[in-house]
Design a protein around this ligand. Sequence first.
Ligand code: EPU
Length: 305
Amino acid sequence: MTAAESLVAQLSQAFQGELLPNEPMARHTTFRIGGPADLYAQPADRASLLLVYRCAWELGVPALILGAGSNVLVSDRGFRGVVIATEKALKATSFEGDVAFAEAGVNLASFVRACAKRGLAGIEGMCGIPGTVGGAVVMNAGANGCEVASCLLHADLLTPDLREVRLTRDELDLRYRDSALKGLGWVVLSATFRLTPASPDELMERVHQMETRRRATQPVGERNAGCVFKNPPGASAGRLLDEAGAKGLRVGDAQISTKHANFIVNRGNASAADVKHLMERARAIVEEKYGILLEPELLMVGEWE
Ligand code: EPU
């Protein structure tokens, strides 16, 4: 019996949701790239999410928590272990005064809009970021001069030994597209933000303007995983790549966007290896021209050659 089969056997009738063995991760990433996960679990409620996470821990099966799959490159060989999706299980939001609460599986853009409609300002800059609230906390997502760290109060987390802990913004050590949570495998259960009262109409107008700008400057609607590289201090990775002539470069069906050079788009059947190879070429071009080594922003997961 494989580890994934033992896990399925161990999960009692109490588990509600979907369990898909050998599930291609290409179906669950915005890149539409990625080999199979031994098991893909889509728990329907919070109790089922905790159950599958606990069973995986007890059996020593590696677990990968996945939000919207919008910032990951899953290898062609896929992931050995269980991928646990949060989008169906953790989807509650609530508001009290200027404090806004969202469970980890909530779509970030929808949450930002819900806050704006209630006249709560502070996170509207993140309106166009594809992803979930949980992923945004782990990555300290940001756009338009606004990031999770600017208004997060605390996050509730589940540790691998199944303790529920609350960490404040400072304890989470949120840095530029980075946090203490990266690589830890803890589950973000929810996040609580302190926002500032503002006019809903003005906020919605700003959201509209930023979305229009984003559609004009980023390959929205094409298969991609957001910005590929972090911006080096004081510079824009997109501009460096553009000026180094990287736009349009291709490896297989993976191509550097002709709209914004810090995006790679999947033109059809790109493999993870194509994307990785293209990232290496892009890095080499910038290093040669500027002596700057770009650091990947997207998370590379799974088994690599
Ligand atoms: N630029 C070019 N050529 C390009 C891309 C950009 O010349 O191909 C120039 C732009 O004209 C602009 C400057 O570079 O003058 C900066 O570009 P942009 O405003 O697009 O911002 P960015 O630094 O490239 C950052 C974030 C984005 C976020 C935007 C908008 C990073 C790595 N990128 O991009 O976040 O959407 O600002 O706030 O931090 C992401 O994290 O996945 C992401 C896409």
